[in-house]
Design a protein around this ligand. Structure first.
Ligand SMILES: NC(=O)c1ccc[n+]([C@@H]2O[C@H](COP(=O)([O-])OP(=O)(O)OC[C@H]3O[C@@H](n4cnc5c(N)ncnc54)[C@H](O)[C@@H]3O)[C@@H](O)[C@H]2O)c1
Length: 429
């Protein structure tokens, strides 16, 4: 099937690669010409396990084409996915500027009877906006359908998630109108959930906000553990064994970050208030998350006192492991808070240093964890990359000026750290 994907970002490029890998003829379009030039040159600008190989394989086989040209990408496509970014705008609302622009542009090249599928995360009612823009801009007039198919992939496991989604939510007026989309997903053999477009749009915000709520909940329990001399690890063990609760998204730490949870919780709070239905739970979830970094900095103060002039080594800069993405990274927020306190920061991340360097300049970026620790007053673990679990802690202890580790991700066992002579401050323990 001929498919067009508009937006070659974390969602668009993965979607395009996966559908090409399933044997379709896919054109992926982005207005970022540097990104497209890099991709045409065989360089995949996103760090995502398995993505680079899949993109290159399908480009080589002629099933995946990258372009910046709408006239090249859209005509002939039976299904057009919209996967552009929908960042937080004023008042926490989702900013639909890119979605509107992409829709207006593609309308001019749409084939008759094409199905336009919104993959971007968009507030309830956006399907109707897309439909109106298409009606206004399709010349000559075309028959078309608009559907919603929110994406649930996670960065760091995006290819695997896209190949094996728990469910595919399809918002449409009638399942018959989305037959090409059903054919596209058929080889994955996953449950397809059909519903009206508004409900499908709301599913995405409800799902992300629910997961964010679990994270803020467990972080609040972790705070309580610190005050009451309990151990968050034990408490999580106890609650997650309850099959009604389970263990997903119950890791205590520096809070949620990334390009989705902060944006989607803010958007849900904003459009629910606008609808006259203030979502007080989600307001609290966001407030708990806002307090994570100030609280953690407070714990550094308790041990180190004034941070002015202190040399702090920070391990991990991406918002989570296995990605280069630093959007809304808690780690970068922590680095900025340390700098604001007058600390000197040296930092290391396995892949996110180039992205971090574009956001925060006054940091000494290092090429490994040991270089970062060498001569520092304390070490902070901010992102739970696997390689930090296997550090030579004796060596780290020798390199640090003092054996002090602040662990925002509970990487090590407190008793082992004590045996190694570290003053070890972790979360909720
Ligand atoms: N990143 C995730 O983990 C994730 C998961 C599920 C859903 N989502 C949602 O999917 C959407 C895309 O997210 P992302 O992380 O892929 O964003 P991204 O920023 O990585 O990529 C978006 C791409 O769209 C391109 N673009 C913007 N305007 C365009 C236009 N008019 N025409 C063509 N291309 C255009 C940008 O240049 C960019 O490359 C968002 O709504 C997001 O909330 C993201």
């Amino acid at each position: 099937m001929r498919v067009c994907v508009v937006g070659a970002g974390h969602v668009g490029l993965v979607t395009a690669a996966v559908f090409a890998d399933l044997g379709n003829d896919v054109v992926c379009l982005d207005i970022d010409q540097d990104k497209i030039a890099a991709l045409q040159d065989g360089q995949v600008p996103i760090f995502e396990p398995g993505l680079s190989e899949m993109v290159l394989r399908n480009q080589g086989a002629g099933r995946l084409t990258l372009t910046s040209s709408y006239p090249e990408a859209v005509p002939g496509a039976e299904v057009v996915f919209l996967a552009v970014d929908t960042p937080t705008g004023s008042d926490g609302r989702a900013d639909l500027t890119n979605l509107r622009a992409a829709t207006a542009e593609l309308a001019q090249h749409l084939s008759d009877e094409a199905l336009v599928v919104v993959k971007s995360t968009v507030p309830v009612g956006s399907g109707s906006i897309v439909r109106t823009i298409l009606e206004e801009n399709c010349r000559p007039e075309r028959a078309f359908e608009v559907a919603s198919c929110p994406e649930f992939l996670r960065e760091g496991s995006a290819v695997a998630d896209c190949l094996r989604p728990d469910r595919v939510v399809i918002g449409c007026s009638d399942p018959e109108t989305v037959a090409p989309l059903v054919r596209l997903y058929a080889p994955l053999e996953r449950p397809l959930l059909f519903m009206d477009v508004n409900s499908a749009e709301l599913v995405k915000y409800a799902a992300n906000s629910f997961l964010a709520m679990r994270i803020s909940f467990v972080n609040s329990i972790a705070d309580l553990c610190e005050e009451m001399d309990a151990d968050i690890g034990q408490v999580i063990k106890g609650i997650s064994a309850d099959t009604r609760i389970g263990g997903h998204y119950l890791s205590p730490g520096l809070g949620y970050g990334g390009s989705c949870f902060p944006k989607d919780t803010a958007a849900l709070a904003s459009f629910s208030a606008e609808a006259g239905c203030p979502f007080t739970i989600i307001e609290a979830v966001m407030e708990v998350n806002r307090q994570r970094i100030p609280r953690f900095i407070g714990r550094l103060h308790n041990v180190l006192g004034d941070l002015k002039g202190r040399e702090i080594a920070v391990l991990g800069l991406s918002f989570k492991p296995d990605t280069e993405d630093v959007r809304e990274s808690r780690s970068l927020e922590l680095v900025q808070a340390l700098l604001a306190e007058g600390a000197r920061v040296r930092a290391y991340d396995p892949v996110a240093v180039p992205a971090a360097r574009r956001v925060v300049r006054d940091v000494r970026y290092c090429s490994n964890a040991y270089e970062a620790a060498d001569g520092a007053d304390a070490l902070v673990i901010a992102t739970e990359w696997n390689e930090f679990k296997l550090l030579d802690l004796e060596r780290m202890g020798d390199l640090l000026r003092q054996r002090i580790i602040f662990d925002g991700r509970n990487t090590y066992s407190p008793s082992e750290m004590k045996d190694l002579g570290f003053q070890y401050v972790s979360v909720g323990r």
